[in-house]
Every structure is written in C-alpha cells, then in structure tokens.
Design a protein around this ligand. Structure first.
Ligand SMILES: [Zn+2]
Ligand SMILES: [Zn+2]
Length: 380
C-alpha cells in the first residue's frame, strides 16, 4: 500500500511553517479523534496517519530527512533515517499524549506529569544505613546489598524473547490509556492489555516474563563521607530499580542513621562527654585523661574546687562538618561523684573532715543564709 505524502495527510503545503503544521495537525486530531469517531475504522486509520505525519514533520531533523528522501528516510529500521531515530510507534505515542493534554487536560482534572511514557522509569529506592559515630567521624566505604530489580540480561531489557521489537498495543493504539463514556463523563483508565505501556510483546522473554527486568540483590559500594548525621541522604543516581522494558532506572537514596555512642553524645558538630570525677579529685584538682572520637586521648586539667556540671571545651576535637566546613568541639562536663559503701574508717575521716570544714562550702552557707532570711521575712 502506497503511503500518502505527509504534507498531504495534514493538508498543508511543503513550505508550511512549524506553526502551520502544528495547527493543521491539531485540527485533524480533533476531527479524527477516536472519542468522536466511535466504531469508525477509517477515522481511526486517518488519525494514526496524521499522528505519524506530525511525528515526523514536527521534528526539524526528521522533517529535513523526509523532505530529502521521502518515506524511504524512515524505512528499513535504522537504515536511511536520521541517526538514532526510530520512526513510528515509539515517539508517535508521545505525540498522541501532547494532543491529549491539549484536548482533555482541562476537564480531565490536570493530569499531572503530562503524557505517559513508553518505557516506565524505575522506582526510587530507599535504603536505611546505620553507621557508628566513629564511622561518621572518619567517613567510610561500605558495601551494601540492595534488593532491587535490574535489567534482564536475556532480553537486554526489551522484555521480548530473542530481541524481537515490541508492537503497539491494539487495545489502546499505543496510548497506554483507554477511555470510556460514563454518563456525562469521559473516564480514562490505564489500558488493561498493556498495563499502560502502550506496547505489547508477542513473545515475552522467559527469564523476566516480559518485564525487561528481574529481581536481584546487588552489592553496591557506597562512600559515606565524614560528618554524616542521622537524616543525611546520599543519592546514587541511576542505582534504583531498573525501568520497565529498558526505561531509565530510578535513583537510590541512602538514609543515614548514626548509632548512639556509649561515651559521646553528639549535637551537630559538637560532642559532649560526661566525665565522673571523685569528690577528692574535684576538691584537690588534678589531671585526667579523656577519650577523643579519633581513638586518641587528651589530658585535661581539673581546677581545684571544681563543681559538678563544670564544662571544659576541647577545641577541634568534635565532628567534622559535611563537605569539609570545619570541625566542632568536644565539651567535657564534670560530674562529681559522691563516694558510696564507706568503711567505718572512711566515715570517721569524713566526720573529722566535716568538723574542720566550716568555711569550705560557700554555696551551702549562702543558700542557708538566704533560707533563714526568707523564713524570717515570712514571720512578718
Ligand atoms: Zn494498551
Ligand atoms: Zn527478559
């Protein structure tokens, strides 16, 4: 069957501008649309013809090829056509949806995202990864096993046995959606035959059942940068679920959770460490050794007469900020420990000590003086 000239199909002259071609096509598409031409195979054929013509003529590169070589430009697969172009079905479907959006977008309630795609993009995946504070401090390379679907090797992701090309779905003519009249409304549904892909596969690949992808655990090496916190997300582009039938893969998001630490508590870039000291050390003062997150130790001087809650700052001993924006501090907080399980000898010494300690507890003295004043004032 001889193919009609694309310009003739759209009813425009060869010298028509892109705008004129678009206008002519819209007019034809409205006229010939299947919703308006129920059970009219001739209109349907013309509709497809118009779509095919527009598909070529709207694209400057394809149009130039057509003007030079005519239909031959797109015959015989990859042969004479412009580099990498697949005429017909594939892109043809997207031309369809452009028009649908124009024609129906308003009263279909704004179908977000525009037209459907021939090959569905794979889903984004989330992977929760718990790391230790030490790892968050230094950064680490981790290997994770992600259960995901990957492109099927047997069919190279096409979903067809032996690499055969999928064909346009006869139920929806490649649109991926079917329309039905319900009362006053036109209801649009995902096509049941092709599940919205617009194409069907006559001989589905046996390994993947025609999906073009198979379930598999994938080992991925992930670089966790120093400074990550709970809630930090690392995006690995294209490492998510494989697309349907060769569609693009989704992304993989690694959600970091930093495990609580026995010794250090983190607040952003700063670390807190509560250090118990004996009552005598706090009173007499002295040096103590405290751990640092890098596994080292720092000597800290405790001034004589330190109280519980006293804080000391170790500059630059905290966590690194993500992307090298400085380093936090480590805060030491002293907790004076009251001795327990005293022997009778210790009790005796403490009592003796207490008897000699009238001037050594200024805070207590001042507190009880205030209390006495308070009671006196209440007596009126
Ligand atoms: Zn279909
Ligand atoms: Zn397969």
């Amino acid at each position: 069957m001889a193919k009609r000239d694309f310009y003739e199909v759209l009813g425009v002259s060869k010298g028509a501008s892109a705008d004129e071609i678009k206008k002519a096509y819209r007019k034809k598409a409205k006229e010939l649309h299947p919703d308006r031409n129920k059970d009219n195979p001739e209109a349907e054929a013309q509709f497809k013809e118009a779509n095919e013509a527009y598909e070529i003529l709207k694209d400057a590169e394809k149009k130039a090829a057509y003007d030079r070589f005519g239909h031959q430009a797109f015959e015989g697969g990859m042969g004479g056509g412009p580099r990498g172009s697949h005429p017909g079905q594939g892109d043809f479907a997207s031309a369809f949806s452009d028009v649908f959006d124009d024609l129906f977008g308003d009263f279909m309630g704004g179908r977000g995202g525009g037209g459907r795609q021939r090959a569905a993009r794979g889903a984004d995946l989330r992977y929760n990864l718990r790391v230790s504070l030490e790892d968050a401090f230094s950064g680490i390379q981790k290997t994770i096993n992600v259960p995901t679907s990957v492109q099927c090797d047997s069919c190279d992701g096409s979903g067809a046995e032996g690499g055969a090309e999928p064909t346009t779905c006869p139920t929806c003519s490649g649109m991926g959606k079917v329309r039905a009249q319900q009362g006053f409304f036109t209801v649009e549904r995902t096509c049941p035959t092709c599940s919205g892909l617009g194409q069907i596969i006559k001989n589905p690949c046996k390994s993947c059942g025609g999906q073009g992808r198979v379930e598999k655990d994938r080992a991925l090496s992930v670089n966790i940068p120093a400074g990550v916190e709970t809630g930090t997300r690392i995006r690995l582009a294209g490492e998510g679920e494989a697309g349907m039938r060769g569609g693009p893969s989704g992304d993989l998001y690694i959600f970091i959770e930093v495990a609580p630490h026995k010794i250090f508590e983190r607040d952003g870039p700063n670390l807190y460490c509560r250090v118990p000291v004996s009552m005598a050390s706090a009173a007499l003062g002295g040096d103590i050794e405290v751990p640092t997150i890098d596994g080292g130790r720092s000597r800290v001087k405790i001034p004589a007469g330190s109280q519980s809650g006293r804080q000391m700052r170790l500059r630059g001993k905290g966590m690194p900020a993500l992307r090298g924006a400085g380093t936090g501090d480590m805060m030491i907080e002293l907790a004076v420990e009251t001795p327990v399980n005293l022997t009778s000898r210790q009790k005796e010494l403490l009592r003796e000590f207490e008897d000699l300690s009238e001037e050594n507890n200024p805070e207590s003295s001042s507190f009880f003086k205030s209390v006495k004043n308070f009671w006196d004032s209440m007596k009126g």
